[in-house]
Design a binder for this molecule. Structure first.
Ligand SMILES: Cc1cc2nc3c(=O)[nH]c(=O)nc-3n(C[C@H](O)[C@H](O)[C@H](O)COP(=O)(O)OP(=O)(O)OC[C@H]3O[C@@H](n4cnc5c(N)ncnc54)[C@H](O)[C@@H]3O)c2cc1C
Length: 250
């Protein structure tokens, strides 16, 4: 099951994607991620199990009591393509970016003509939350603004190409590209503990749609199938549940 996840790519937004590049423990070890977490908690060696029922009970105990370090024994490596508006929110998560990431260089690789995010609809400004949106605007007005956006992209890209043709360096020519909407590709690595923190914050209803869809894709298509017990416990307790007791977990 998890072997099929490696190399799987899920489309997100109009041109983006999330692809799982690697997983630890690798499926070739035949140690399920959930079991790796349980084994780490027992300070044991891979493959040891006390039976499915006891193993699952221990995993639930760990998450319920916020014994989070065993969940750091499972790691996911993703390639992500997302607009910069998403990238800038993502990189605020120090454990899911700064520690382990490599990003495309706009100084080295030229941007392509269609590498800009075009939303499927425009959302209204929320009246109750200065940071949020609420509902979609009238479809006719939406179509009008999409047309304006495409014209703006074409103009920016034409100027970018003119600058490159004039011999201006890529690192400067990109000043003509619309900053928030250009698609960007990066490779990132994160452990299951910190991925749960990110999913909790970015799948929440107050997160911007353009990052929420990435969180939903990662949770549904990669996290849940790779760690079914952990996902079940996570849905039950989240990460913010107060410790129920402080006994040893073995
Ligand atoms: C809906 C939403 C709106 C936001 N709006 C804004 C905004 O307007 N402006 C803005 O600047 N940011 C904003 N943020 C980003 C937010 O402030 C956090 O930086 C971001 O969510 C990362 O959360 P985190 O620290 O839990 O994650 P990570 O940085 O991945 O850290 C994970 C955990 O590690 C620990 N940790 C990591 N580094 C340290 C440290 N140096 N010291 C102590 N503990 C540490 C903490 O326990 C932390 O919870 C927003 C986030 C969300 C979800």
């Amino acid at each position: 099951m998890t072997a099929e996840l490696i190399g799987k790519r899920v489309a997100v937004l109009d041109k983006g994607f999330v692809e799982l590049l690697d997983l630890m423990p690798h499926p070739a070890t035949e140690v399920p991620g959930d079991l790796a977490i349980v084994n780490a908690a027992r300070v044991s060696f891979l493959g040891e199990s006390k039976g499915e029922e006891a193993d699952k009970r221990l995993l639930f105990y760990l998450l319920r009591n916020q014994h989070t370090s065993p969940f750091e024994m499972v790691e996911f490596k993703f390639r992500v393509k997302a607009p910069l508006v998403t990238y800038w929110q993502w990189v605020r998560h120090r454990t899911f970016h700064y520690q382990s990431a490599n990003a495309q260089s706009g100084r080295y690789t030229p941007f392509e003509e269609n590498d800009f995010y075009v939303p499927s609809a425009w959302r209204q400004q929320s009246k109750s939350n200065k940071q949020a949106s609420a509902g979609e605007i009238d479809p006719e007005l939406s179509a009008e603004f999409t047309e304006k956006l495409n014209a703006f992209y074409q103009q920016g890209y034409a100027l970018y190409e003119q600058a490159l043709a004039a011999g201006i360096a890529k690192e400067m020519a990109r000043l003509f590209l619309p900053g928030f909407s250009v698609y960007y590709t990066w490779v990132i690595k994160v452990d299951a503990h910190n991925l749960m923190n990110w999913i909790r914050l970015r799948m929440a209803s107050d997160a911007q749609h353009e990052i929420r869809v990435y969180a939903e894709a990662i949770y549904t298509h990669f996290f849940k199938p790779a760690l079914p017990w952990t996902a079940e416990a996570f849905e039950q307790y989240g990460l913010s549940a107060p410790p129920a007791d402080s006994a040893s977990f073995d």
